[in-house]
Design a protein around this ligand. Structure first.
Ligand code: G4P
Length: 286
């Protein structure tokens, strides 16, 4: 990762606007602090794309946009937009927004140089393919399919560099690790599915009980995350040889239903939940 970071720092020096792709369902948990560090070091403006907005709770996405487009963030050169990179009409907005952040560039002599960054599986390849309207980057749901940087011309006045998905060495908040695993940004074996599904189920019980009830049809009264996974196993008839419920299979079903969006539009964190989580961590540290 040190080499990838070194390469990213070099490219950053020759970049006018950083396009940071985030997962709209967990924008702060999916934000690699290293990207911020590198871009602030070079004082580069940043377009934050809250991608997969089609899967996120629209009210929460609106709250995140208000947060990122607040004057404090704008002063730090940030502009945010919520998109679905699978929609051509959404992707069509991207270069225009980048141009607003670097009005002095975008000519034949001084092309607008953009650089796409983000953690694995947030949709960087989908975005670049849509920008180019043809397939250049491999799209896949296994994290980290883009291994090396690639530079492409978007026309005579714009260039784009795609960088490999980068995670940071130590994810400080355990809940961030769980949100990332639930959304498949970290690999399949990195965290045990059952633990991730229980975490996800707790969030769903707390914020989206109606979606859980609608999908699986069980009684939500007094149920917690562990209970949800067990209830999914029961409801679906997932049983091990000895007659015990197959919780691993139920965990995978719940995770796949969330990842694919069949459970509904769900956000795992809000600006408020983030603030409370950070405050609780600060109090722990005192
Ligand atoms: P990466 O380069 O950042 O690693 O991500 P990539 O583009 O490979 O996308 C990872 C997965 O996320 C792909 O799913 C892709 O289709 C999906 N994705 C990207 N943008 C969006 C979006 O705005 N909305 C939704 N719903 N999904 C998005 P996949 O299952 O691997 O492939 P596919 O069968 O969907 O093509």
């Amino acid at each position: 990762m040190t080499l990838a970071r070194k390469k990213a720092a070099e490219t950053m020096a020759l970049t006018d606007v950083v396009i940071e792709v985030l997962d709209a369902r967990l924008p702060e948990a999916s934000r690699n602090p290293m990207i911020e560090e590198l871009r602030l070091h070079r004082q580069r403006p940043c377009l934050k794309i809250l991608n997969k907005a089609d899967l996120a709770d629209p009210r929460t996405t609106a709250a995140w946009l208000a947060f990122y487009n607040s004057s404090d963030q704008a002063k730090a050169g940030v502009k945010a937009v919520a998109l679905s990179c699978k929609k051509a009409s959404d992707v069509a907005k991207v270069t225009g927004l980048c141009q607003l952040l670097a009005a002095h560039r975008g000519t034949h002599l001084k092309p607008l140089r953009m650089m796409i960054m983000g953690i694995p599986n947030v949709g960087k390849s989908t975005l670049i393919n849509a920008l180019l309207k043809r397939r250049v980057a491999k799209v896949g749901d296994e994290p980290a399919v883009t291994k090396a940087q690639q530079r492409v011309e978007l026309g005579p006045t714009m260039t784009l560099v795609d960088t490999p998905g980068m995670l940071w060495p130590k994810i400080e908040c355990p809940s961030d690790g769980l949100m990332l695993a639930a959304s498949h940004a970290v690999g399949r074996n990195a965290i045990i599915d059952e633990e991730v599904a229980t975490f996800l189920a707790d969030v769903l019980v707390d914020r989206y009980p109606a979606l859980l009830a609608a999908r699986y049809g069980f009684d939500m009264d007094g149920i917690d995350g562990v209970g949800v996974v067990a209830a999914v196993a029961k409801r679906r008839g997932y049983v091990l040889k000895g007659g015990e419920p197959d919780l691993e299979k139920a965990a995978l079903t719940l995770l796949q239903d969330y990842r694919s969006g069949v459970l509904g539009r769900i956000s795992l964190e809000t600006p408020q939940s983030r603030k409370l989580m950070l405050r609780a961590r600060e109090e722990e540290d005192v």
